[in-house]
Ligand binder design. Structure first.
Ligand code: PLP
Length: 478
């Protein structure tokens, strides 16, 4: 982009096209409720409407923007007030604009030297967050730990596992390849990203132990201890435990403190996955979710789930950064520079998997500064309050039951008419376009998940959705 060009968009053209694009996004949010939350298209339908060949001659930007009309029928409206599937994927005006500036700057913050502000803002804002959420001070970059942004919690957990693998194998795997002895533990309710990390990190699926859960779907520490002792007896080396604070199926909270004590006893790395739940700790009254985090070697949560910061943005903290850097570092000739040699800067290429890095911290910076601590607390409070209100309505209806505790903003419920009925009910609700929810299985029963967290969702929306669910159920034959 420059002032005058025949080939490229000029800055003046960009300004005009940019205003139109921002208008398009604002109009989208103004009319978001007009769209069916769950797209009604068939596989291949959107692609069949796209031109067979790319244009030989470039098109006007206004015309390209019109292509969104073709895309919209195949968009799932994650920001709709009636989106209650999976977990939320947060968004906000300041985050979108922060991302826009980051993209506009077009920098690559792989090393400190390649854009000092990108690295320093990221360290600074993540140190702020430690205080804002009352996390252990050891996670601060001013101590011997530090925070870094990854794209997703899947990457955060993978990076944690690699650091733990190198610590427990004393660097053997990085140097010589697999040793087949390391074992990993997580509950049967943990997110699938842990199993994926185990595969990618070369630990091997056969060395992953899925620990039983108790009645509240939280990890059973007696079973954990038993598995660890069995493995030690068999000459294996327990390396890594992932505790989940807010499981995907039901937001169950593992007993992190008890798990932490076991980790201490056996010298095992404790990683805490609080992908969804983490932001609850912005409010002092919900800091029960931090219980035991002082034992963690690493911790992750996603501002892109429940902290108003557009996808992708996963916070990763490590208690001893040298363990991560030792496991990840590479220094080819073409990346050598004086700042790195001085050892006074962080080169975030050594804190994660990719070399290249976006300026992700800017959108988080925008969010924290725009809302302030009070605004963020208000946002979390509202979702927690609304969830408890919804829970009362479900509790009151004799045809429905709540299947798991509701510590945060997810309600797992089902109609008392059995699995097939609930499956039909969920399909009918989603096909209506009025809402989108997903299901899980708990205790082998089909359960509908009502997940709260869209920025646009009010208590009135929840009431309307609940009334519709009741109405739908009344129209389904047993
Ligand atoms: N961990 C938990 C507890 C989750 O619920 C999820 C996703 O819902 C993940 C990890 C994976 O998150 P991401 O998509 O950021 O990798």
């Amino acid at each position: 982009m420059n002032k005058k060009s025949k080939l490229h968009m000029t800055t003046e053209e960009f300004r005009e096209a940019g205003y139109k694009t921002v208008d398009w996004i604002a109009d989208y949010y103004d009319h978001i409720e007009d769209y069916p939350v769950f797209p009604k298209v068939k596989p291949g339908e959107i692609r069949s409407m796209l031109p067979d060949h790319p244009p030989q001659k470039g098109r006007q930007y206004e015309e390209i923007l019109q292509d969104m009309n073709t895309m919209m029928p195949g968009i799932t409206h994650w920001q709709s007030p009636n989106f209650h599937a999976f977990f939320p994927c947060a968004t906000s005006g300041p985050a979108i604009l922060g991302d826009l500036i980051s993209t506009g700057l077009g920098i690559n913050g792989m090393n400190w030297i390649t854009s000092p502000s990108a690295t320093e803002l990221e360290s600074h804002v993540l140190d702020w967050l430690v205080d804002m959420m009352d996390l252990p001070k050891k996670f601060k970059s001013t101590e011997i730990g530090g925070g870094v942004l990854q794209d997703t919690a899947s990457s955060s957990s993978l990076v944690a596992l690699i650091a733990a693998r190198e610590k427990t194998s004393k660097g053997e795997i990085n140097n010589n390849g697999y040793n087949r002895k390391l074992t990993v533990y997580t509950s049967s309710q943990a997110h699938s990203s842990i199993e994926k990390a185990v595969k990618i990190a070369g630990i091997g699926k056969n060395n992953l132990r899925l620990v039983d859960v108790d009645n509240s779907f939280a990890m059973d520490v007696n079973h954990l201890r038993k598995l660890i002792l069995q493995d030690i007896d068999n000459g294996l080396q327990p390396s890594f435990i992932c505790a989940t604070v807010g499981t995907t199926s039901s937001t169950a909270i593992d007993p992190v403190e008890e798990i932490g004590l076991i980790c201490k006893e056996f010298g095992i790395w404790l990683h805490v996955d609080a992908a969804m739940a983490g932001p609850a700790a912005l409010c002092p009254e919900y800091r029960f979710i931090n219980s035991g985090v002082e034992y963690a070697d690493s911790y992750t949560f996603n501002p892109h789930k429940w902290m108003l910061t557009n996808f992708d943005c996963s916070v990763f903290y490590i208690a001893k950064r040298e363990l991560l850097i030792d496991a990840m570092t590479i220094l080819p000739e073409y990346l050598k520079n004086k700042a790195t040699e001085s050892q006074t800067v962080f080169d975030f290429r050594d804190w994660g998997i990719p070399l290249g890095r976006r300026f992700r911290a800017l959108k988080l910076w925008n969010v924290i500064n725009y809302y302030g601590i009070t605004g963020l607390q208000e946002y979390i409070h509202e979702h927690m309050r609304n969830t408890q209100e919804l829970k009362k309505w479900i509790d009151k209806d004799p045809n429905f039951e709540i299947i798991a505790p509701v510590p945060l903003t997810l309600i797992c419920f089902r109609h008392k008419n059995g699995d097939q009925f609930n499956e039909r009910l969920l399909n009918k609700m989603n096909e209506s376009g009025k809402m989108y929810m997903t299901h899980t299985k708990l205790n082998n029963q089909y359960v509908i998940r009502f997940s709260i967290g869209a920025i646009t969702s009010s208590i009135e929306h929840l009431k309307e959705t609940w009334d519709y669910i009741v109405d739908c159920a009344s129209k389904i034959k047993k």
